[in-house]
Design a protein around this ligand. Structure first.
Ligand SMILES: [Zn+2]
Ligand SMILES: [Zn+2]
Length: 170
């Protein structure tokens, strides 16, 4: 009985991994659930959640978490850079070579044992960039992240070169 259950778990996990690896969109759990369901009609959303957590712990996939946005998953475990839309949360890969020496450069500036780095660019995706309001924000060099940092725990000041002129309700 236990063996059968384990086997089923493995099969479910394999299907989740497979459907995730097929797409480049960095989907959320709900979307992965919809894709997996076509192959395994009896799979539950909870099972998908659990397996995604396990797979990211096993480093088979990557997990992205941002305050106030959907948790997203990436079927490519190897390091690569991303660009994220600040309006709709869309996340895409950036085909740009990884900065191999960045860890070494950063190490003297921290007491952490650095094991890697993640770099994310932010902006407006092609769809969101079309709206007149967003066009205006882009012109104004709008950056919601600076606002979040300045209101939160990080107060670097030095690296903050831009003071936002617009307030957002995210
Ligand atoms: Zn967008
Ligand atoms: Zn990616």
């Amino acid at each position: 009985m236990l063996k059968r259950k384990n086997h089923r778990m493995t099969r479910q996990r394999a299907v989740i991994l497979e459907v995730l690896k097929k797409v480049k969109t960095h989907p959320g759990a709900d979307e992965i659930f919809e894709m997996a369901r076509k192959r395994l009609p009896r799979i539950s959303l909870g099972t998908v959640y659990r397996n995604l957590e396990v797979l990211s712990e096993l480093r088979e996939i990557q997990k992205f978490e941002h305050i106030g946005t959907l948790k997203r998953f990436d079927g490519t475990p190897e390091s690569h850079y991303h660009v994220r839309c600040v309006k709709c949360g869309r996340l895409d890969d950036v085909p740009f070579e990884i900065e191999a020496n960045l860890e070494k450069k950063v190490t003297p500036h921290t007491n952490y044992s650095i094991i890697g780095h993640r770099l994310e660019f932010i902006g407006f995706c092609p769809e969101c960039a079309k709206s007149p309001l967003n066009k205006m924000l882009i012109k104004q060099n709008y950056n919601p992240q600076f606002e979040r940092i300045s209101n939160g725990k990080q107060k670097t000041g030095r690296s903050r070169s831009f003071v936002p002129r617009m307030r957002t309700c995210v």
